[in-house]
Design a protein around this ligand. Structure first.
Ligand code: SAH
Length: 253
């Protein structure tokens, strides 16, 4: 890449991710496709993948060792991960988060995706084996983030899922910004149900209001459906939403 091209790209680049993994070939993988992939190609975001094995200290390129105190499995070494993180972050502002994909971490959500975008980038450490030496998390100020309450074999699919959630928020990556505004979680509600042609399928009709052309009524119906779905499926989100509504109403008095 020429330096001119480099400058141009860094001006438009809205987000930079560094991923540390022992499986660098897995990236960009899924993220090379569709809108995220087009955005990557257009330089709207940038991805640097580092092979943790490049920081190994032996000829076998090993990165793990037996757990102190005994027990099953292997643990990724703090010294090797420390060097890998330092290298990855050599030219990124200290304000950007460093995260470790971990089932013990805070559950990833839309607010976190927005915060990472706001920070302009993130460094993601993908674990393997039993996990990583605790000291590197403390020493490098690493935050543990979980994809959900289940155990993956490695952090890579979690990293891809989280980066996808961030990248689609970058202006220009998704076609229409309205799509983003109406999505689940953005408004504190789950999204209303969708329908498209054919108008009748296996005897099932599209709700009449949606074909009425009456925009006000359609918006009302969608809000009512979004509220109903959230109340039934996610009492946790529903109670937050109700509180926000009550506050807004009392401010309006
Ligand atoms: N022994 C660990 C699980 C290790 S799984 C425990 O019981 O907590 C191996 C690696 O997969 C982890 O180091 C982590 O990077 C990744 N991983 C597993 N489940 C995950 C999840 N729910 N979210 C994010 N990363 C996960």
């Amino acid at each position: 890449m020429s330096s001119a091209e480099n400058t141009e790209k860094s001006e438009t680049c809205g987000f930079r991710a560094e991923v540390l993994t022992i499986f660098p070939d897995m990236f960009p993988g899924y993220l090379a496709h569709s809108l995220a992939g087009k955005g990557l190609e257009a330089g709207l975001w940038a991805l640097k993948t580092l092979d943790i094995r490049d920081f190994s200290r032996d000829k076998h390129r090993s990165v793990d060792d037996t757990p102190a105190g005994g027990g099953p499995g292997m643990v990724m070494r703090a010294d090797i991960l420390g060097d890998a993180i330092d290298h990855a972050r050599a030219d990124s502002p200290a304000s950007r988060p460093i995260v470790y994909m971990s089932p013990r971490g805070k559950r990833f959500d839309q607010d976190m995706a927005e915060a990472w975008l706001e920070a302009g980038g993130v460094t993601v450490l993908c674990g393997r084996f039993e996990g990583v030496d605790e000291r590197v998390l403390e020493a490098r100020g690493v935050t543990e983030v979980s994809l959900g309450d289940f155990i993956l074999s490695g952090g890579e699919p979690a990293a891809m899922a989280m980066l996808d959630a961030v990248v689609r928020l970058i202006p220009g990556v998704m076609g229409k910004t309205e799509t983003l505004n109406e999505e689940s979680f953005t408004s504190g509600l789950l999204e209303y149900p969708h329908y498209t042609r054919p108008t009748v399928w296996e005897g099932r009709e599209i709700p009449e209001v949606l074909t009425s052309g009456h925009h006000g009524k359609i918006a009302e119906w969608r809000l009512a459906k979004a509220e109903e779905t959230t109340r039934l499926r996610r009492p946790d989100l529903w109670s937050t939403y109700e509180q926000v509504q009550k506050k807004a109403a009392s401010k309006g008095d």
